[in-house]
Design a protein around this ligand. Structure first.
Ligand code: NAD
Length: 294
């Protein structure tokens, strides 16, 4: 079984690395945070003292880090130390520029690389049911696929390097916009005297149907498992949604694409996070739209 170094054992990385261990990979993890390293050890993941020890002799290196700057910095360091042919898989959600830079660094060391951001959240990471959207050469993708299959249930090759991030950014722009659309509809319905359940029963079986309504309904009641029923504990924090919407706007500016609703969604989430809503689930934006506090 392959030796895998796993760098970044946070909310997502820890359960993902645990699934690799379960699948029989020889995993060696590392995180800058001692608390994360301790939690990983407790979860049965062998932990190294630093990145250098984690990547020594690794055939595959998976990174799950906060932002592009972290990925580029870790790649800049590790490409000095690894042998040509080591497979590099970055699962973080990052900006297009950083994703392309990471591929360039990998290529400079003779290493195949895949950007493979995920959808499915911490629940999907723990259950091993993540969706991976991958960008990279066909050969690199084929090599990465079995490793990703140990952590997810849907692995999609989106094309050349960077295309995984492109798919993630586009998907989450739809999500941010649709959550605001659904929230606005509930706020308008309230003013018009419609019950949440009545609007849900109609829209969920009509043309307004979407994931933000039927899985993540932003008002309590109609979907008992949605964060609205737990005082908007995340789930998917509004700060992360803002990050992804900002990535979409940076990508749109770079590519000359017109995304006026994406821009409006980014501005609304910026207000929400600015008012203190960053740690709440992103569906709590309904409260700001209703005219309440974040
Ligand atoms: P997190 O902050 O919990 O974990 C990131 C970890 O990386 C931290 O523990 C941090 O200490 C570690 N780290 C930072 N720099 C490091 C370095 N140089 N070496 C080693 N470790 C380092 O974040 P997360 O929620 O696990 O998210 C990780 C990525 O996945 C992000 O890009 C996020 O946007 C994306 N994502 C998150 C979710 C989610 O629901 N949390 C869902 C989909 C995608």
């Amino acid at each position: 079984m392959k030796t895998v170094a796993f760098i970044g054992l946070g909310h997502m990385g820890l359960p993902m690395a645990a699934n690799l261990v379960k699948a029989g990979y020889a995993v060696r993890g590392f995180d800058l945070s001692e608390a994360c390293r301790a939690a990983a050890r407790e979860a049965g993941i062998p932990v190294a003292v630093d990145t250098a020890e984690a990547i020594a002799a690794a055939e595959v290196i998976v990174t799950m880090l906060p932002k592009g700057e972290h990925v580029v910095s870790v790649y800049g360091d590790l490409v000095q130390k690894i042998s040509a042919g080591t497979l590099l898989i970055d699962c973080s959600t990052v900006d297009m520029e950083s994703a392309l830079k990471a591929h360039e660094l990998a290529a400079s060391a003779g290493c195949p690389s895949v950007d493979a951001p995920v959808s499915g959240g911490t629940g999907g990471a723990a259950a091993g049911t993540l969706t991976f959207m991958c960008g990279g050469e066909a050969e690199a993708f084929s090599a990465a696929k079995p490793v990703l299959e140990a952590m997810g249930k849907k692995i999609v090759h989106c094309g050349k390097g960077g295309n995984g991030q492109a798919a993630k950014i586009c998907n989450n722009m739809i999500l941010g916009i649709s959550m605001i659309a659904v929230s606005e509809a509930f706020v308008l319905g309230e003013r018009l005297g419609l019950s949440h359940q009545a609007l849900f029963d109609v829209a969920s079986t009509s043309s307004g149907q979407c994931w933000s309504l039927t899985t993540y309904c932003p008002v309590p009641g109609p979907v008992p498992t949605s964060p609205a029923n737990k005082d908007y504990q995340p789930g998917f924090a509004a700060a992360l949604m803002l990050k992804d919407l900002e990535l979409s706007q940076a990508a749109a500016n770079g590519a000359g694409a017109s995304t006026p609703l994406g821009a409006a969604a980014a501005a609304l989430y910026e207000n929400f996070v600015g008012e203190g809503g960053g740690a709440r689930d992103f569906s709590a934006i309904v409260e700001m739209l209703r005219g309440g506090e974040a």
